[in-house]
Design a protein around this ligand. Structure first.
Ligand SMILES: [Zn+2]
Length: 108
């Protein structure tokens, strides 16, 4: 009985996980195009964050003033936030279930 319930639950989850992708995104050229663009920008942000982190370490290593090191660190943090935002945006093209938290349930 418990096993049956779990199976039904996981099937429902799987179906819901891909609902938006199957219902819309995979058929919609502009959404697929946006998805590709989001992926590209996200990759860029992640690489940019890594480069800025290395740059900050190099600047620390050559003993530059903190005020100058602050710039790549700040940009790195912004770029990291950007890639997280893009990731959750990407998720919205694929599924109505958000990456974190519960989906919004409309009762009426
Ligand atoms: Zn679309």
């Amino acid at each position: 009985m418990a096993r049956n319930n779990r199976n039904a639950f996981s099937e429902l989850n799987h179906e819901q996980l891909y609902d938006r992708w199957h219902k819309h995104t995979k058929h919609c050229p502009s959404c697929r195009q946006s998805l590709i663009l989001i992926d590209k920008i996200k990759d860029f942000c992640q690489n940019f964050t890594a480069v800025l982190a290395i740059l900050a370490l190099l600047l620390i290593a050559i003993n530059l003033p903190i005020k100058i090191i602050f710039i790549p660190v700040l940009l790195g943090i912004l770029s990291l936030i950007c890639s997280y935002k893009l990731d959750s945006m990407r998720q919205r093209f694929l599924s109505s279930i958000p990456k974190t938290g519960l989906p919004v349930v409309k009762l009426y």
